[in-house]
Design a protein. Sequence first.
Length: 169
Amino acid sequence: MSGVSVSPEALAAAAVDLETIAATLEDAHQAAVPVIQTLAPAAADEVSVSIASVFAEHAQEYQAVAGQALAFQGQFAQNLNAGAAAYLGVENVLVYLLRSLDAGVTWTWGQLTQQLISFVAWPDSWVQLVPGPLQALVVGIPFASIFVGAIPFILLSTVIQNLILALGG
């Protein structure tokens, strides 16, 4: 699977550049129209008049194609702007979701820690929760191993925070 890296700011800048180029091309086309379409025959003979007529026809075809090219370019610039807006919207949604997820993980970790601390604060109470024959096994568990189960929460929170930073949030 291939990945795509898109910068909405770069897309928007490219669209502005395209619009600037389009305006320059439109000015050049408009300046060329009178010169091309009103080409006078070199002489009063039939051949000169025919050649001038051919140039006038080519000028009309050129103007039609140039108009289509400018319309295509304008649509392309609009699509770039729409793409930039779409990518920016997706980034904003992802940052929001990741922040929500991070808040949930942080809250869960806080609740888990609070429960473990209150539970471990009374060693006799948690030993009493274990059925009689297994109590000897529980008493031998080191205090630190109780918190080993929380490591995935810490790692997940770190990964989520790094994703938020990577997305520019």
